[in-house]
Design a protein around this ligand. Structure first.
Ligand code: NI
Ligand code: MN
Length: 231
């Protein structure tokens, strides 16, 4: 699968012949700005929103309107989008799955909060497991603490090829807990997210890599705006 990292928790993944864009946060994302990424240049067939915080939804309305992408999100975020003129939405909630034309999306528990930028309630924060027969399966955790609920993923979803986990600490789990999460989800190939964007979440890359190496796990720290393959 080809992935592109746009900084913070924003990724695009080429999957089932479609471009899936996760948690678009570009306009005031310092690492995206530094790399010259513009929201109007992003492509998407689908936009998946894990929760309502500004650092995950900031550019969702603009990109949805610009691309016509369908937005997959909680019921409450779907209502918030509809009020802003984004009607191509698919509401879901934790525990539910749906078969789209690119594959199945299963919404899994994220232990976090989910207020929207205007103060309205964003519903449950969620992670997504995305899978199909040809491309396999991956997990986008969104913002979450380490939680025992992750142990349900290997029982309810096809075996993961990789997982995108937050590793920046302070607002989410840090890389030490992400290494434990990788045991819970039976997946040793982890792509780090939600790190280095702001002072609160700067991490020691070497220490993080060493911790994963010592457990014969792979930690990929993606470069902003550099497409990369994960097998
Ligand atoms: Ni958040
Ligand atoms: Mn966040």
């Amino acid at each position: 699968m080809q992935l592109t990292y746009y900084g913070h928790a924003c990724f695009s993944v080429e999957f089932g012949g479609k471009t899936l864009l996760f948690d678009p946060f570009i306009s005031s994302n310092p690492t995206a700005n530094e790399a010259g990424i513009k929201p109007e240049n992003l492509k998407a067939d689908y936009i998946l929103l894990s929760h309502g915080h500004f650092d995950h939804v900031q550019d969702a309305v603009a990109i949805a309107k610009n691309t016509g992408a369908k937005v997959i999100c909680s019921w409450e975020i779907h209502e918030w989008l509809n009020k802003q003129g984004v009607s191509n939405t698919h509401p879901m909630n934790t525990g539910g799955k749906w078969a789209f034309d690119f594959g199945t999306v299963k919404c899994v528990v994220a232990q976090h909060s989910s207020g929207l930028p205007d103060g309205s309630y964003g519903g449950n924060p969620m992670g997504f497991v995305v899978y199909n027969q040809a491309d396999g399966s991956f997990y986008f955790a969104g913002d979450t603490a380490l939680t025992l609920d992750m142990q349900l993923i290997p029982r309810t979803c096809p075996r993961l090829k990789f997982a995108i986990l937050p590793i920046g600490d302070n607002f989410t789990m840090g890389y030490e807990d992400a290494a434990i999460a990788s045991d819970f989800i039976h997946c040793n190939r982890i792509v780090g997210a939600h790190f280095d964007t702001f002072g609160f979440i700067k991490i020691d890359h070497k220490a993080a890599k060493q911790l994963f190496d010592a457990q014969t796990k792979e930690l990929i720290l993606p470069e902003v705006n550099q497409p990369f393959e994960v097998k």
